[in-house]
Design a protein around this ligand. Structure first.
Ligand SMILES: Cc1cc2nc3c(=O)[nH]c(=O)nc-3n(C[C@H](O)[C@H](O)[C@H](O)COP(=O)(O)O)c2cc1C
Length: 180
């Protein structure tokens, strides 16, 4: 079974994106082996530390390296990629020539409190991941407005239309990971 590292781009304890990640894991369990890769302890990336990276960065890099594929579930902050996620991507991409992302498959999804559902941030995130050599699932795309009626705080999906949408995404992702 392929292993999937799940990266949540929000550090909030009540993150709706972590909620969405739990829901996706629930739909994919048994077909993919998921584990969260945490990014909240990473210091701000500084290239002066490339030669002797801090233990948090080394831990992050080894967890990414160990995963066959990456599922990134992230909020949109100010119409862009969250700083926490971008910071983690910087650590993983360096030192030059030693990126842990190159050649992996991946998928992205996002939840927002508003109607845009992270669509604006996902496009640049696709560009960044493509630049880093991650083959991102082209579709279906998940731009979701999430509240308690859609996904409960424990990740239980409450909206049947959303369950169908997320199931289609997970099915496509399982097929996608098998290709790599
Ligand atoms: C700094 C900041 C910027 C935000 N910018 C956007 C935005 O550009 N688009 C959007 O749809 N929601 C935006 N929001 C609202 C988020 O969708 C909402 O806070 C959501 O709960 C964030 O996801 P999280 O709960 O996983 O942290 C922003 C929230 C914060 C805290």
């Amino acid at each position: 079974m392929k292993t999937v590292g799940v990266i949540v781009g929000s550090l909030s304890a009540s993150s709706i994106n972590r909620r969405l990640a739990q829901a996706l894991i629930g739909l994919g369990e048994g077909r993919l082996a998921f584990s969260f890769i945490e990014i909240g302890d990473l210091p701000l990336y500084n290239r002066d530390l490339d030669a002797a990276m801090p233990p948090q960065a080394l831990r992050f890099k080894s967890e990414v390296k160990a995963a066959d594929s990456l599922l990134i579930v992230s909020p949109e902050y100010n119409r862009g990629v969250s700083a926490a996620l971008k910071n983690a991507l910087e650590w993983g991409s360096r030192p030059a020539g030693q990126s842990v992302f190159t050649g992996k498959s991946g998928a992205i999804a996002g939840a927002s409190g508003g109607n845009i559902g992270t669509a604006i941030a996902q496009q640049p995130l696709r560009n960044i991941l493509s630049h880093m050599g991650v083959a991102v699932l082209p579709g279906p795309e998940i731009f979701l407005k999430v509240n308690d009626d859609v996904i409960a705080p424990d990740g239980t999906i409450r909206d049947e239309g959303v369950r169908k949408l997320l199931s289609g995404f997970v099915d496509a992702y399982v097929t996608w990971t098998a290709r790599f």
